[in-house]
Design a protein around this ligand. Structure first.
Ligand code: SF4
Ligand code: SF4
Ligand code: FES
Length: 259
């Protein structure tokens, strides 16, 4: 077992603090006495509100991460990012036709991608961000929607892009067009909606209200997926479920510096 110090030293907005070890960055900031009224939300890696910028002791690099999903380390210098500005071009989804150049029409800047892959390396969700920008550029709405499915709109990719591309509205537009126009209608969903009109749904809900966490988890894991002819690719959230995912792997970026 590794001996961990009970306290670590961090720097927040230029001031030094001692905080308990084993805290996430967001918890460490609060432990130090700050009240977060911006840059915090779900605290569970879903809302994308907590991008953070930090340096590590002994490294000249600037790192990015979600503050609620990353442990504070001894020697970290931290600052919360208020938000990453994005460009949203208004559209009416009822009038956006799923044509090959539709994404380029709204977000022509994707053509400036220089394929450096910085966005992918920065993404805390482990998304192949560069790949979905490239599929968007090629007009492949389906692949753009599927590849960007797990995006939580944190904007970290956009904060690092040398071409100033604002990625997540691109994925969002593709997913909206895909679900409205291209995704085959789900018969299971239609059946379920019909059931909601009957008492059968209430009986099911009532049964579930009395199940234990383990029983609910077992049901979740045994759930079935609707398959569509010719489309066996499921979105990445399903593919990742139950696997150990560590999307933020900076091991290749942490240089071995001897001091
Ligand atoms: S960071 Fe920007 S330029 Fe680099 S691959 Fe991603 S989208 Fe393209
Ligand atoms: S694609 Fe960009 S905005 Fe979406 S989760 Fe990854 S870093 Fe955040
Ligand atoms: S607070 Fe929601 S993702 Fe971190």
């Amino acid at each position: 077992m590794i001996d961990q110090p009970r306290e670590i030293n961090i720097q927040l907005m230029g001031k030094d603090y001692k905080v308990s070890s084993g805290l996430t960055i967001i918890a460490a900031i609060e432990y130090a006495g700050y009240k977060l009224v911006r840059g915090a939300g779900c605290r569970a890696g879903f809302c994308g509100a907590c991008p953070t910028l930090y340096r590590r002791a002994g490294s000249h690099k600037l790192y990015t991460a979600l503050a609620c999903q990353t442990l504070a380390e001894d020697g970290m210098c931290l600052v919360q990012v208020p938000f990453v500005p994005v460009v949203r071009r208004p559209y009416d989804i009822e009038e956006v036709a799923p044509s090959a150049n539709i994404i380029l029409q709204y977000y022509p800047e994707v053509a400036a991608c220089v394929s450096c892959n910085t966005c992918t390396r920065a993404c805390p969700q482990g998304i192949s961000v560069m790949d979905y920008i490239q599929t968007a550029l090629r007009g492949d709405i389906e692949q753009t929607a599927l590849l960007s499915f797990d995006c939580i709109s944190c904007g970290i990719c956009s904060s690092r892009c040398p071409a100033d591309i604002k990625h997540y509205p691109v994925g969002q537009l593709a997913r909206r067009i895909y679900s409205k126009y291209l995704l085959p209608r789900s018969s299971q969903l239609a059946d379920r909606l019909d059931e909601m009109e009957t008492e059968q749904c209430e009986v099911e809900v009532e049964t579930m209200m009395h199940l234990s966490t383990e029983e609910l988890r077992a049901r979740y894991e045994q759930r079935s997926f609707e398959t569509v002819a010719g489309r066996d690719q499921k979105h990445s959230a399903i593919q990742k479920w139950g696997t150990a995912v560590d999307p933020v792997d900076y091991r290749d970026e942490v240089e071995e510096v001897a001091y």
